[in-house]
Design a binder for this molecule. Structure first.
Ligand code: 13P
Length: 278
């Protein structure tokens, strides 16, 4: 069933687990994410980034995800990830996304608050929940996201931000990166604890890929309710494809896509189990 992201995350917050938000770019990725969630009996968030709007038909994609969600046995949410433009957010709301992320992290705090507040007003009128971010993530290897300066989230600013904007969940920057870490990960868990004490809303961790399991487990105990995962799933698919083509197999595209799905499945399963504390 398609469920509002806020509802899914409130349950996760109460029960101290996190929900996987898998970034998707094609129908294959969506199918594997929902299949894994059903098999593991966990909710899942299907996340489409604004950066994929030029290559993904957003309305058609939303209809597809909603159809799969309706026949799914587990709660499924449809989320717009890292959106910078108001027009993209309105477009996602119009076609039934259950939450949107406005990324105003490149602005100073006051401007981020002003813009986020406006988005919250629009989205809430449509019953859609909103994620926002203060601080930003640096970019590691193999990531497809924007480069950020790696500024960590200040707990007092997080509180002011949440109180003033009315966002439903907050992405906290605590040292994770988008993509694979270039050196040793330096994740500030004591900072996460202070942010969690300062705000009531569910917290989101971006940059799930490459983050050590023990860090994720502790972060979930400290209030992370949603973890975004992109790069590791993409890497599994791409390395399968590289292998297939290196071997110069002249196979049908349908077979390649089916095998690529199989390559993504264990990676998604690993994350879903980790976030569910299993
Ligand atoms: P990774 O690519 O590190 O998994 O991060 C994904 C993400 O945070 C998307 O918003």
């Amino acid at each position: 069933m398609l469920i509002n992201t806020k509802k899914i995350l409130q349950h996760a917050q109460q029960e101290k687990y996190a929900v996987a938000a898998f970034n998707v770019y094609n129908l294959e990725t969506v199918q594997v994410a929902i299949h894994v969630a059903e098999r593991e009996n966990q909710p899942v968030i299907i996340a489409l980034g604004e950066r994929y709007f030029p290559t993904v038909d957003v309305e058609g994609f939303a209809a597809f995800v909603k159809a799969l969600a309706e026949k799914s046995a587990v709660p499924v949410a449809l989320h717009l990830d890292h959106a910078y433009e108001k027009e993209s957010i309105i477009r996602a709301i119009r076609c039934g996304f259950t939450s949107v992320m406005f990324d105003g992290s490149a602005y100073d705090l006051d401007e981020n608050i002003r813009r986020t507040k406006e988005i919250v007003e629009i989205a809430h009128m449509a019953g859609v929940s909103v994620e926002a971010e203060i601080g930003s993530l640096a970019k590691g290897d193999f990531s497809d996201e924007e480069e950020g300066d790696g500024t960590l989230t200040d707990p007092q600013s997080a509180k002011d931000f949440v109180d003033t904007t009315g966002v439903d969940f907050l992405a906290a920057a605590i040292g994770t990166v988008h993509g694979m870490y270039k050196g040793e990960p330096k994740i500030d868990l004591p900072l996460l604890e202070r942010i969690q004490q300062a705000v009531d809303v569910p917290l989101v961790l971006h940059g799930g890929s490459g983050t050590p399991d023990s860090v994720i487990t502790q972060a979930v105990q400290l209030g992370i309710c949603k973890v975004n995962v992109n790069t590791e799933v993409s890497m599994a698919a791409v390395s399968y494809l590289q292998h297939a083509f290196e071997n110069k197999q002249m196979v049908h595209l349908s077979t390649v896509m089916a095998d690529m799905q199989q390559a993504m499945e264990p990676v998604m399963t690993k994350f879903v189990r980790l976030f569910a504390n299993r």
